[in-house]
Ligand binder design. Structure first.
Ligand code: ADP
Length: 324
């Protein structure tokens, strides 16, 4: 079986962008790959964060992923900082990475804009650490949301550069992305993101989901109830396509185009389906939070398994580079 790797930042609540753009697809791939998932805490510290909240965030990210269906019997889950080889390999990859490549990364440009007061070297170097995350475990398949494609393509270049310089060592990884692109935030302007506070959290109550959806931006050209709308430019419709039944999708599509239904009617159907999708996840997450030891044990077992791979890869890397 091919090896698959993906990561999630412990930077706050997981949101439906993470779930629909990434985690739900991870769950669907569990039996087709040898799957490794990582809570990438070293990535999360590239922006300001509350030190005292970090441990809980790491726990929550792991618990919520498990609640979404990452069954520890069928995959490995671990925390990035528990395996020091990630940063060691990142340093080595720094030496085969042209500065210009990193300056072109969209995420770097966006985050530098959002965190003007703290544009640190870690933020700039983020894709190199991400390449190290993937390649340390010699993963080939990397299922990510559409926003991460550029970084996975960069990881391919890193693998290629290392292999050309030091001999065949790493597979060139490829991304697997859902057909529907990125999930936009409730503001309709940028991607849904923990750091932008434009999201619906996986732990939001039914009440909160309804009220957040009620104010979410739709087709901006549909100003009045009587104006026909264009579902193709509406984020609510994108979410319908991921959460609603075929007949409901058809109903809101036609209803919107003909002004047969209003945005609030359309959002009410979406809210019902989103609440139904999240209900069992929230139930499972509550159970895990009541038994935190179960989650920490999974992370400890993941550390043990992945350390073996990491140590082996680094031995090979050092040998190929003439460092031992
Ligand atoms: P965030 O961008 O909210 O900090 P992460 O960087 O932890 O989230 O991303 C974890 C996974 O979720 C990645 O595979 C990423 O591509 C995916 N993802 C995050 N936000 C979105 C979004 N708005 N739409 C689709 N996928 C997303």
């Amino acid at each position: 079986m091919k090896r698959l790797f993906s990561g999630i930042q412990p930077s706050g609540d997981l949101h439906i962008g993470n779930y629909l753009g990434a985690i739900r697809n991870w769950v669907r791939m569990l039996d087709d790959y040898q799957c490794i998932f990582c809570v990438v805490d070293y990535h999360a510290i590239t922006v300001d964060y509350q030190v005292e909240a970090m441990r809980q965030r790491i726990f929550n990210a792991a618990a919520e992923c498990m609640a979404c269906g990452l069954d520890p019997g069928r995959c490995v889950i671990f925390v990035q900082s528990h395996i020091p080889e990630h940063t060691e390999l990142a340093w080595i990859f720094n030496t085969v990475t042209p500065m210009g490549d990193l300056g072109r990364m969209t995420q770097f440009k966006e985050k530098s804009e959002q965190h003007k007061h703290n544009v640190n070297v870690g933020l700039f170097d983020y894709p190199v650490l991400q390449a190290a995350d993937i390649l340390l475990h010699k993963a080939e398949a990397v299922p990510v949301g559409e926003d991460q494609i550029q970084h996975i393509e960069f990881s391919r270049r890193v693998a290629h550069a290392f292999n050309s310089r030091y001999g065949e060592t790493f597979p060139e990884p490829y991304h697997i992305t859902p057909k529907i692109g990125r999930i936009m935030g409730l503001d309709g302007k940028t991607k849904m993101s923990k750091s932008l506070n434009n999201y619906i959290s996986l732990s939001d109550s039914a009440e909160t989901i309804r009220s957040k959806l009620a104010t979410a931006v739709t087709d901006v050209n549909r100003k009045r109830r009587s104006d026909p709308g264009n579902p193709e430019v509406c984020n609510i419709y994108t979410l319908h396509r991921l959460l609603s039944s075929d007949s409901e999708i058809e109903y809101v599509n036609t209803g919107c185009r003909t002004a047969g239904i209003g945005c609030l009617d359309c959002k009410a159907i979406l809210a019902k389906n989103m609440i139904a999708e999240l209900e069992p996840i929230q139930q499972k997450a509550r159970e895990l939070k009541e038994h935190p030891q179960r989650v920490w044990e999974v992370l400890e077992a993941g550390k043990q398994t992945c350390s073996l791979i990491a140590v082996e890869t680094m031995r090979e890397v050092r040998t190929k580079m003439g460092l031992r």
